[in-house]
Design a protein. Structure first.
Length: 515
């Protein structure tokens, strides 16, 4: 059932998991399956060459608990209970000795369960300590498996267990990052990738995540294996400069770029009302919303719009969509539209129910028809942009279209630039092999949004500018200018280069050239 994130583990996969867990290890005296379902892991544990002398399991659903008990001839202890409301340190054990925790906790998030009005949730708590705005914009959403992982580590660290659970790869990374930040006693983390589509018909990246808990020596760098049978890691992921990196070896080569960006990356427009705010042109040149309605509003409120899919398609892509702009800055009073843009006001008022139904609390107390990701930076004629939703990182230089600045949706990030030349240089820098290798060492391709503002702000563009080959940079800059329909930049004019927002140049790109 979806409410319980119910993915029962096939016996064949259970066998493969246990082979990987037991490989090169001494037998465990005790074992715990924290969410046993129909009991396939419990049955598997009893079938290994040297099974644990005592096995316990926890299961919320009575039918599953009874089925597991029957399948094991009553030889194990089944707790028909809610793991979220148990103190695992108080489990009564007959046996002493090494403890193995193995299984497959639910693959569902707390927000999904909340939407289902499910009671299968941990008690409300800000267990990650997110800020108020982070909580509002989705940072506080977490997988139930993540909560179970943290609970197991905290409540059973005294037993120094080995924990090996199937979960999303994102959950494994989050647990590592949280454990490192909180000082939880993890060591020897390993991630074995599995084919979730094959085993569970689930379109997610998943793994067997295995750690040792409670040892004095702690480590948070995880060996990543291509599958359960692999014995040599294909890479190592870990924490660097306070954040997770996907490939520690590649990151080390380009770590000199890890710092603070001299420019601020901005996220595109957020309005959660695309059906009425985003328009496209029909075969007769009439603008229509996604509902199919013809839209006739003041031209000065209509701007070209690009999405992640557009940026992923090519350089300087043409805008397939238009967007309506109700504000020029965050929180601007929109009631002025009644007099200044009466057609737009009437159109939006006709869809007021849609705006009022927006679920995000960021709109609470805001002027009607408010948007986010808006400021004077949005109206820069030239931008350098990147799609946040794609696995291939590629930066695009953008110029005006239809005589107006191009807007981007909230799946995109961009640097607003003060000139075509500035945009051309920054785009050329960002698309160097050095820069792309650095970003690829940071991002995780299985993430819903691989590229984020946090990742982009880590690039020290000044360090990159000092490192790149100047002739190649000039050539790439002029290719960008050609895409924008602008004349090339003579090398004699490349004396000092100023980042957006700097009154005077702070970085010398070609120090021996005098402008």
């Amino acid at each position: 059932m979806r409410e319980f994130g119910d993915f029962q583990t096939p016996p064949e996969l259970v066998s493969s998991v246990l082979r990987a867990v037991y490989r090169g290890k001494d037998p465990w005296a005790r074992a715990l399956e924290p969410t046993c379902g129909v009991g396939n892991f419990v049955v598997g544990l009893r079938s290994v060459a040297t099974p644990p002398r005592e096995i316990q399991a926890i299961e919320l659903q009575p039918a599953y608990a009874a089925r597991t008990q029957i399948s094991c001839d009553g030889q194990i202890k089944i707790h028909n209970a809610d793991i979220f409301r148990m103190n695992l340190a108080e489990l009564p054990w007959r046996e002493a000795g090494p403890l193995l925790i193995v299984g497959n906790p639910p693959w569902v998030t707390n927000s999904e369960l909340g939407g289902l009005e499910s009671g299968n949730l941990p008690q409300k708590s800000n267990f990650k300590g997110y800020s108020g705005f982070g909580a509002k914009t989705g940072d506080s959403n977490f997988d139930i498996a993540e909560y179970i992982w943290i609970k197991l580590i905290k409540e059973l660290a005294w037993a120094r267990p080995t924990i090996a659970l199937l979960c999303k790869t994102a959950v494994a990374r989050n647990v590592l990052a949280y454990s490192q930040a909180s000082g939880l006693p993890l060591s020897s983390p390993e991630i074995y990738l599995i084919d979730a589509k094959k085993w569970f018909d689930a379109a997610v990246d998943a793994c067997l995540f295995k750690v040792e808990v409670g040892a004095p020596e702690r480590s948070y760098a995880a060996n990543l294996y291509s599958d359960l049978d692999s014995q040599e890691p294909q890479s190592v992921l870990g924490i660097a400069n306070g954040a997770m990196v996907s490939n520690c070896e590649v990151y080390e080569r380009f770590s000199f770029l890890d710092g603070e960006s001299p420019v601020e990356w901005r996220q595109g427009l957020k309005h959660d009302a695309s059906s009425v705010m985003e328009l496209s042109e029909d075969e007769n040149g009439v603008l229509r919303n996604r509902i199919g309605e013809a839209v006739y509003v003041e031209d000065e409120r209509i701007y070209p719009l690009l999405k992640s899919s557009d940026l992923n398609g090519g350089d300087n892509p043409p805008a397939r969509f238009r967007t309506l702009m109700t504000q020029r800055e965050l929180g601007e009073d929109t009631t002025q539209l009644r007099d200044k843009s009466p057609n737009l006001w009437m159109y939006l008022s006709g869809h007021k129910d849609l705006f009022d139904a927006r679920k995000s609390s960021i709109y609470t107390g805001r002027p009607p028809f408010s948007i986010f990701g808006i400021g004077e930076y949005s109206f820069s004629l030239y931008k350098v942009a990147v799609a946040g939703m794609y696995k291939t990182v590629r930066f695009r230089v953008l110029g005006p279209q239809m005589g107006k600045p191009v807007m981007l949706d909230d799946t995109c990030y961009f640097v607003p630039c003060e000139s075509a030349e500035q945009a051309a240089v920054i785009s050329a820098l960002l698309n160097t092999e050095t820069c792309l290798s650095f970003f690829n060492s940071l991002i995780f391709l299985d993430s819903k949004r691989p590229v984020t503002k946090k990742v982009l702000q880590r690039l020290d563009l000044s360090a990159l500018l000092s490192y790149v080959d100047r002739d190649s940079l000039l050539a790439a800059t002029n290719e960008n200018l050609a895409r924008l329909g602008c004349p090339p930049l003579p090398s004699a004019h490349l004396g000092n280069f100023a980042w957006p927002g700097e009154e005077e140049a702070q970085v010398s790109m070609f120090p021996e050239v005098v402008a």
